[in-house]
Design a protein around this ligand. Sequence first.
Ligand code: SF4
Length: 218
Amino acid sequence: MQGESTYAGLPCVFVRLTGCNLRCTWCDSEYTFQGGRRMSVVEVLDEVSRQSSGGGLVEITGGEPMLQEREVVPLMQRLLEEGYKVLLETSGERALERVPGEVVKIVDVKCPDSGEGDTFRLENLEALAAHDEIKFVLSSRSDYEFAREFVQRNDLGARVNAVLFSPAFRKDATGARDSSHCLLDPQKLAEWMIADNVPARLGLQLHKFIWDPAVKGV
Ligand code: SF4
């Protein structure tokens, strides 16, 4: 289930690639830093087709998928040719100009309290298309102010389909979950966004309210 973009709530096949060069403090995918198994592009295509034959939504994610650019670009191209709608979730730190134009890029801009602020590659702004989305995961008021100013300074509202502001989720949240497990209260964030008239959409990580955050593959 796609959980954190304007595609949230839609069934989606995830292709999750191993490895990341960042270490965000609230990372929910640390299990991807190592492990996994080697698969050829054809093997990945077969597995996607087994799970969703005849098209549908496929998200390429990680880890950081663009660390494997040489393999992942041809994979995205083949998925498009097979009729899939392809989303790419990326940290924004890697170059994106070689991503096929039909792919919807969901690009993070890391905020200071992630511990990986200043990693966004500013040249990636030029690689954005009107159907792309930019996401800020926020854990404090100072993260919010950073995101608000970045959006204004770079006129992001006019560049992409959606600017997403999403509260970070606590890594230790298990069992029954609600918004109290967010590092930043969603109600406060909503009130700030309304007061400042920010051209952004509040996003909650839908999958974390449905499945236990420890569950993989959702
Ligand atoms: S970029 Fe993504 S996978 Fe890498 S550390 Fe940050 S949240 Fe985790």
